[in-house]
Write a protein that binds this ligand. Sequence first.
Ligand SMILES: *[C@@H]1O[C@H](CO)[C@@H](O)[C@H](O)[C@H]1NC(C)=O
Ligand SMILES: *[C@@H]1O[C@H](CO)[C@@H](O)[C@H](O)[C@H]1NC(C)=O
Ligand SMILES: *[C@@H]1O[C@H](CO)[C@@H](O)[C@H](O)[C@H]1NC(C)=O
Ligand SMILES: *[C@@H]1O[C@H](CO)[C@@H](O)[C@H](O)[C@H]1NC(C)=O
Ligand SMILES: *[C@@H]1O[C@H](CO)[C@@H](O)[C@H](O)[C@H]1NC(C)=O
Ligand SMILES: *[C@@H]1O[C@H](CO)[C@@H](O)[C@H](O)[C@H]1NC(C)=O
Ligand SMILES: *[C@@H]1O[C@H](CO)[C@@H](O)[C@H](O)[C@H]1NC(C)=O
Ligand SMILES: *[C@@H]1O[C@H](CO)[C@@H](O)[C@H](O)[C@H]1NC(C)=O
Length: 634
Amino acid sequence: MLPPSLQQTILLGGILLAPIAVAVPSTPSPLDACGSLASKNISSITVADVSNCYRAIPFNSTQAKTTLETVYTLFKDYYVFTDLALNPRVPKPFKNEPVDVLGRLETIGRTKYSSDFQFHTDIRATIEALKDGHASCDVNCYASYNFVNRLALHAPVVNGTQQLRVFRDIHDDEYKGCIVETIDGQPSWPYMKWWSTNVLGYSHDPNARLNLALATQMYKPDMGRFDTFDGLFAARTVPPANNTIEYQLRCDGASKPIQISGEWIVQPVNDKVNFDSIESFVKNVCLAPNDEESAHGPTPAPVPIPNPSPAGPLPGISVQEFPGAEKILEGNGTVFYHLKEQPHIGVMVIHTFDIAPVEIEGEVVFQGLTALNSRNVTNLVIDFQSNIGGYVELSAIVVQLLFPNKSPFDVLLQADQRVAKPLQQAALHGYRANTTEYMDASLLVDLKTGLPYKDNSIFSRPVTLTRNGRQNLYTERTALLVPTIPQSQVDVIKTFPWTDNADNIRVITDGRSGSATGMTTYLLTNEHNVEAFVVGGTAGEDMSMFSFAGASVLALSDIQQTYKGLGAVSPMRDIPYSSTIRFSWLEVYARDSSIPLEYDAVRFRTKNHLNYSIETSFDRSAMWKQVAALSWKR
Ligand SMILES: *[C@@H]1O[C@H](CO)[C@@H](O)[C@H](O)[C@H]1NC(C)=O
Ligand SMILES: *[C@@H]1O[C@H](CO)[C@@H](O)[C@H](O)[C@H]1NC(C)=O
Ligand SMILES: *[C@@H]1O[C@H](CO)[C@@H](O)[C@H](O)[C@H]1NC(C)=O
Ligand SMILES: *[C@@H]1O[C@H](CO)[C@@H](O)[C@H](O)[C@H]1NC(C)=O
Ligand SMILES: *[C@@H]1O[C@H](CO)[C@@H](O)[C@H](O)[C@H]1NC(C)=O
Ligand SMILES: *[C@@H]1O[C@H](CO)[C@@H](O)[C@H](O)[C@H]1NC(C)=O
Ligand SMILES: *[C@@H]1O[C@H](CO)[C@@H](O)[C@H](O)[C@H]1NC(C)=O
Ligand SMILES: *[C@@H]1O[C@H](CO)[C@@H](O)[C@H](O)[C@H]1NC(C)=O
């Protein structure tokens, strides 16, 4: 049964809900729903104020038709997993329902809407149902406000029992550490499992989604230290069902449980936007020109925390947050620590692969490893928690700095791409023609020669693959072109005690580790036999090391620009409302496998599953020590 407060967010399951009536203010007012939102002092905006404005946006069937047709074409001819998603039959740790994304979009096309918000919410939910972190639909005007709850929760195992507890409380951490017994009157654990399993997309593994829902520590480069990430249960862009979440808590030493209201703090994402009515909201927010960027990086944008961060210490190596671990060097995506009481252990935290130029960050990784070696470190812990991906090129550099290539094919991930008819025509002119990789084979490797293709003929001679009964055209097996590290670096690193030596390396992930991070972890664990530890999820249940490792991501706008740049007409019209729609395009395979990695569940598993304890939830260095102690006896 669905907790009633969640019905708004869940629209799938065969039947779409009837359109929700437009909210009518109870007292007559010259202001409409968006006008009344605009007139409020920011500090007193409620969830209902935002919801009422969103729901009041009228449905324009002309615009909706354009939107739906474009999304439909994108998922019919460009998204690479449309056929695989039909009936994946994947083993543990995945849990997939078959998703007929085209069928669901057709259902939306037959539904009568009066609310534009409902229409867009249904499209978004259809794409989220794919449980692919690379596939998303974000419409800017319906993500104009952030909602952060008073409490952020986590699920450590204490004395052998896993329970939801308060990770942080905006009110001076008053209830931090208390056990959460109920959420909106429902037993908290099944409620949270239900919420994360059904509301979130992101991963084929519900336990990775559980980790994403909950709070954790995440490295903040602007602060130069780890800080709280609230988790997507407590920090949202979709308006929650009610103005508060009602919690029943049990705190240490108290004989009785207590009830508290967890209010949502509502903040505009962009305070420069001007509107004073429904009409001006549509004009100035929904239809505003899109200044979106291309989708090179990871998809799921971390939800910003509305409270301005405390000024905090200056970034740089002066911030020494862990008494037992010395920070020795940091780049924009990488931080190196040296454990003081176990001086043979070094730690490399890579918190993002979304750093360009990749060669510069690669140099940081090289310098960090060199520094650890000069301190006589012999064993390396690599921490990928919360890293949701970025550049495959950087991932390739990192892997080579640990396992130098013996053959140029070592670090290449085999891949293919959908080749629909409209693409073939435009691709004739795409060779080295533009900066978007979608139709340019100079960025792909011919696996027969190990070199980039010399022309774009790969798009003119596709192969037919049949998946779940559907036939479609794909390129032959190829691979993304990635850099190799210079021989001068190989000559230095080859003497390090962990280089080419899986026994001296361990990886820590949290299941949220996604995309390029997943590919890196795949290469380290499956091809180089490094052992990985995954932390969190549900104690005692199997869990994925990583998520959405099986593809590269692009935005719809990238394809549109490619067509424009080539002077060709895209089969997709631009979407009227400013939005970012992302999709998986290049699907990768594990070596010698015929199952695309995205659905190759066994490659995601690890036998090493750790629980969070109270200590390791709040002190990352305690987790590094735990992994080192479990891995290397001294
Ligand atoms: C939240 O809203 C739903 C639907 O209106 C309601 O059934 C539920 O009881 C509300 N929860 C609380 C705690 O008010
Ligand atoms: C908004 O509300 C806060 C707190 O109630 C108050 O301090 C502030 O002066 C108000 N701002 C405006 C512009 O009314
Ligand atoms: C719907 O959108 C179209 C295209 O932007 C516009 O021409 C038309 O006036 C709109 N209809 C209404 C009722 O606003
Ligand atoms: C765990 O169990 C020990 C021994 O029974 C007890 O002293 C301690 O308070 C328990 N810890 C928590 C957090 O419940
Ligand atoms: C995690 O917690 C579960 C349940 O308390 C327990 O059975 C399991 O042994 C724990 N795992 C580890 C690695 O301690
Ligand atoms: C980190 O980013 C800053 C600002 O973008 C840039 O100036 C700097 O060169 C980068 N450092 C590294 C090591 O990449
Ligand atoms: C590393 O080990 C060498 C050889 O044992 C020793 O000479 C050197 O002082 C050590 N360096 C550090 C930083 O401990
Ligand atoms: C590449 O695309 C951009 C953006 O559409 C366009 O301005 C540019 O002319 C294109 N470059 C080439 C070489 O076709």
